[in-house]
Ligand binder design. Structure first.
Ligand SMILES: NC(=O)c1ccc[n+]([C@@H]2O[C@H](COP(=O)([O-])OP(=O)(O)OC[C@H]3O[C@@H](n4cnc5c(N)ncnc54)[C@H](OP(=O)(O)O)[C@@H]3O)[C@@H](O)[C@H]2O)c1
Length: 358
C-alpha cells in the first residue's frame, strides 16, 4: 500500500512529503518496504513517531487506514512507504518548504480584500481553494478571478460564520471536495454595526454581533476544521486577528479626521482570537494540527481621509500602511507551509512596526 513518498537517509531518518496519514514508515534494515524493523521514523512535523504514546498515535492515524496502522503500532513490522534511497544528509530544499501543490485550502471571506490576497497566495503556491462569501455570487465571481490568475480548482461557497449550521455544512463539503482539507484561513470578520464606536453610545446588539462575527464565528470554524484535520493527523489553521487585540488605540487620530474610530468590542474580539489561537494550538498539536494567528495593522489606503492616512503612516516605523495585494501574502504562505513546521500558537504581527512604538 502506497501512502506517499519518503527519502531514506544514512542515519535511518526519514523526511517525507505529504500528510501524516500518507507517510508512515520504512524498513531501515533491509530497504524493503513492508518488512523489517522500524528503526527511526519522523513524521512530517519533525517528531519521532516512536515517541507518541498509544492514545496519541491512534488518534493520529484513525483516518481511513486504521487497520493497517494498528499493525504498525503492535509489532512495527508492517511498513507502508515507498523508499527512495539517497546519500543525502537530512536537509530540505527551500522551494519544497513553500510548495503547497496538492493541498486544499479554505479561506473564509476569501472573495475580497485580505481574504482574497490570502487565497491568491495559497493558489499561487499550488493549492486548490475553497473561498466563501455571505453572497454566493461574490464568491463565484472571485473564484473565477482566482482561477484565471493562478489556475487550480476553486470551489465558491456561501457562508455566514455566525450561523453554526452553515459552518458545519461548509466544512463538511470542504472536507469531501478532494477528500482532505489541509489549510484553513479564518479571515472573515471586520467592523460590524452602525452605532457609534464610543462605548457609552455603542448599541449592545452591535457589540454582541461584533464578538459573534470576529470571535465566535472563527471558533466555530476552528471546531469544524480542527475535527477534520485531527482525523487526517495534519492541518494548518491560520486565524486573522488584529493589532487591535494587542494594543489600545490612540483615539485622537480618529477624532482629528472626524472618523468613527474603532469600537472596544472589536479589540475584545480580536484579543479573543489571539487567546483562542494559543489555547487551540496546545489542544490540537498532539493531533498534528497547527494553529497560528496573524495580526495585521492598518491596510489600505482604501477609503480613508488623507489626514488619517498621513497620521497613521507617521505613527508607523516603516512609514506606511500595509499594502493590499502584497503585504499579507508572505505570512500566509509561511504559516500554511512546511516552512513553519516548528511554529504553533504564534501571533505573527504584520504592522510595519506600529505596535513596537510607544
Ligand atoms: N483591513 C485592515 O486594516 C485590517 C487590519 C487588521 C485586521 N483585519 C482583519 O482582516 C480580516 C479581513 O479584513 P478586510 O480588511 O479584508 O475586511 P473587509 O474588506 O471588510 O472584508 C471582511 C471579510 O469578512 C467577510 N465577513 C464579514 N462578516 C462575515 C460573516 N458574518 N460571515 C462570513 N464572512 C463574513 C466578508 O465577506 P462577504 O462580505 O463577502 O460575506 C469579507 O470577505 C478581518 O478579520 C479583519 O478584522 C483587517
Amino acid at each position: 500500500m502506497l501512502f506517499g513518498e519518503a527519502e531514506c537517509f544514512p542515519e535511518g531518518n526519514i523526511h517525507g512529503k505529504g500528510n501524516l496519514d500518507r507517510l508512515i514508515g520504512f524498513d531501515a534494515q533491509t530497504d524493503t518496504p513492508g518488512t523489517g524493523i522500524l528503526r527511526e521514523c519522523y513524521v512530517s512535523d519533525g517528531r519521532n513517531m516512536k515517541s507518541f504514546d498509544r492514545h496519541f498515535f491512534l488518534t493520529l492515524v484513525m483516518h481511513k487506514k486504521r487497520k493497517s496502522l494498528w499493525k504498525i503500532q503492535d509489532n512495527l513490522l508492517n511498513l507502508f512507504c515507498s523508499i527512495r534511497k539517497t546519500d543525502k544528509t537530512f536537509t530540505v530544499n527551500i522551494k519544497e518548504l513553500y510548495d503547497l501543490k496538492g493541498k486544499v485550502a479554505l479561506v473564509t471571506g476569501g472573495a475580497r480584500h485580505l481574504g482574497f490576497d490570502a487565497a491568491c497566495a495559497l493558489a499561487e503556491a499550488g493549492c486548490d481553494l475553497i473561498i466563501t462569501s455571505r453572497k454566493l455570487e461574490n464568491a463565484v465571481q472571485s473564484a473565477e478571478k482566482l482561477h484565471n490568475l493562478h489556475g487550480g480548482d476553486v470551489l465558491p461557497l456561501s457562508l455566514d460564520v455566525c450561523v453554526y449550521d452553515q459552518v458545519a455544512q461548509v466544512f463538511k463539503a470542504a472536507g469531501q471536495w478532494k477528500g482532505h482539507l489541509d489549510i484553513v484561513v479564518n479571515n472573515a470578520g471586520g467592523n460590524v454595526g452602525i452605532s457609534p464606536a464610543n462605548l457609552f453610545e455603542r448599541d449592545p446588539d452591535d457589540m454582541a454581533q461584533m464578538i459573534m462575527t470576529n470571535l465566535t464565528g472563527a471558533l466555530y470554524c476552528c471546531r469544524e476544521a480542527g475535527g477534520i484535520m485531527a482525523k487526517q493527523g495534519y492541518g494548518k489553521i491560520i486565524n486573522i486577528a488584529s493589532i487591535a487585540g494587542m494594543v489600545g488605540r490612540d483615539r485622537r487620530m480618529y477624532m482629528r479626521s472626524n472618523l468613527k474610530g474603532q469600537p472596544v468590542d472589536y479589540a475584545a474580539a480580536k484579543a479573543g482570537v489571539i487567546g483562542m489561537t494559543r489555547d487551540l494550538a496546545g489542544f490540537l498539536s498532539p493531533m498534528g494540527v497547527y494553529v497560528n494567528a496573524i495580526s495585521p495593522g492598518g491596510f489600505g489606503p482604501r477609503e480613508l481621509p488623507p489626514g488619517f492616512h498621513k497620521d497613521y503612516c507617521d505613527r508607523t516605523p516603516l512609514g506606511r500602511m500595509g499594502t493590499d495585494g502584497k503585504d499579507l501574502k508572505g505570512a500566509i504562505l509561511f504559516l500554511a507551509s512546511v516552512a513553519s513546521d516548528y511554529i504553533t500558537g504564534h501571533n505573527l504581527v504584520i504592522d510595519g512596526g506600529f505596535t513596537i512604538w510607544k
